[in-house]
Ligand binder design. Structure first.
Ligand code: UD1
Length: 420
């Protein structure tokens, strides 16, 4: 197993190019299941989660090649409809095949994803919506068995909670359903917006894109002629590098970003005293003269993202004053707190709220990555800590950050990948 050894404190400088968004690429890859043509996706991030999903699609009968961030995908040969536990257990987003497979084939069997480090993460809202569209769903031996013998039917669906992959799954199902589907209380994340835009550009009648209410007229079971497209930049990777600048007291530039997708993140960095300069798709962070404490609550887009909570928690350990960070989306997303404490952070947890007493001197230690974003928080803290930090279990990082250590090395970090 690999681990990262980081020497701190470190100063960074230069430019880092941001990769395509993992969380956009995942639903977009499953979207190709609705197409009858070969599709080319550019700016595809070459991270473990994408490779896992491509393996799942290959098991279903698709063919794909991924080289230099160009993904060519042909799902016209798909002839299986079963997503096995072996793959689904390693990546919850595999559930994104459920809507497209059911819409295209009228039946599918997808393993239940099971538990996860950051909380329960049920899929009840996905299943309820598909049932409203006429699917008959049974759970047997750990699998969701879904059938829609007469095809999925358009329906009026109100999501009880805003769900990102739930919205994506049902939008994809609705695109091939019979008649009109109205979805209320949808996720408005940029990744969902891009999915809807590509469906629209591929000829699907879809309105309300970027709002919480989407109306989709389905093709009645006919597969679509899908356009080629470029995946949007990863706003969470970008946010993580902005935090890298802030935590190491360094000026760095990010290239190939969508600054408008980062408004909630940059607003908080500015409240903490950092300066952000935007020049087209480049963003430069200048560190704060004195880092100030912050109060933030994680919520659905366009509010502050839960996927940036851990990184800001790391940053808050160095700020002047006491920061309050409240996690509203997941019940168990503070696993990184005890690891940050090993580095010397003074953090008190009370339910869903972390109180961070700032200006803690951080010292290198052995720490363990617990989930994807928690891992990046540990790397950030390690770059600010005095001495050597070993971050173990970095397979979590490899799931979603492309070439993290090469990108940080190029910025001047002292970081190396070693084997346990
Ligand atoms: C997606 C992102 C993840 C991010 C999260 C929240 C992908 C691949 N992953 O995850 O990085 O942290 O959005 O922005 O895009 N819920 C239910 N029932 C359901 C579905 C969700 O109760 O059927 C709950 C969840 O437990 C959670 C909340 O709704 O508390 C939001 O979850 P959701 O938006 O679905 O997260 P994901 O799509 O899994």
């Amino acid at each position: 197993m690999d681990y990262l050894r980081i020497q701190g404190p470190t100063k960074l400088s230069g430019t880092v190019t941001i990769s395509g968004a993992k969380n956009a690429a995942l639903p977009l890859i499953t979207l190709t299941l609705l197409a009858h043509n070969k599709v080319t996706l550019t700016n595809t991030p070459e991270v473990a989660d994408i490779k896992t999903l491509l393996k799942l699609l290959e098991n279903l009968g698709a063919t794909s090649t991924l080289k230099n961030h160009v993904l060519e995908l042909d799902t016209s040969t798909v002839n299986h409809t079963m997503a096995n536990y072996d793959i689904v257990k390693t990546m919850r987003a595999s559930i994104l095949v459920l809507g497209p497979l059911l819409a295209r084939f009228g039946h599918c069997e997808v393993s239940l994803p099971g538990g996860c480090a950051i909380g329960q993460r049920p899929i009840d809202l996905h299943l309820k919506a598909l049932e409203q569209m006429g699917a008959e769903i049974t759970i047997h031996a750990g699998y969701v068995n879904a059938v829609a013998p007469k095809g999925l039917q358009g329906a009026h669906i109100i999501f009880d909670k805003i769900t990102v992959t739930g919205t994506a799954n049902i939008v994809m199902a609705a695109a091939l359903a019979h008649g009109k589907t109205i979805l209320v209380n949808c996720a408005k994340e940029p990744e969902v917006v891009q999915l809807c835009e590509i469906l629209r550009d591929s000829g699907i009648d879809i309105t309300g894109i970027g709002t919480s209410e989407l109306t989709i007229i389905g093709t009645g079971g006919k597969t679509i002629d899908m356009v080629d497209f470029e995946i949007i930049p990863d706003r969470i990777e970008a946010g993580t590098y902005l935090c890298a600048g802030a935590i190491t007291n360094s000026t760095i530039t990010l290239a190939k970003v969508r600054p408008d997708h980062l408004d909630a993140v940059t607003a908080k960095l500015e409240q903490m005293g950092c300066t952000i300069e935007i020049d087209g798709s480049n963003m430069t962070i200048h560190p704060a003269a004195e880092l100030k404490h912050v109060e933030l609550i994680t919520q659905e887009y366009p509010a502050f993202p839960t996927d940036m909570q851990a990184q800001f928690l790391a940053l808050a350990t160095l700020a002047k004053g006491t920061s309050i960070i409240e996690e509203r989306l997941f019940e168990n997303r503070f696993m990184h707190v005890s690891e940050l404490q090993r580095l010397g952070a003074d953090i008190r947890l009370n339910g869903h709220t972390a109180t961070v007493i700032g200006e803690s001197p951080l010292f290198g230690a052995d720490v363990m990555a617990t989930d994807l974003r928690a891992s990046s928080a540990l790397v950030l803290a390690a770059m600010a800590a005095e001495g050597t930090t070993n971050v173990h279990r970095i397979y979590h990082l490899d799931r979603g950050y492309e070439n993290l250590e090469q990108k940080l090395l190029a910025l001047g970090a002292k970081i190396e990948r070693l084997k346990e």
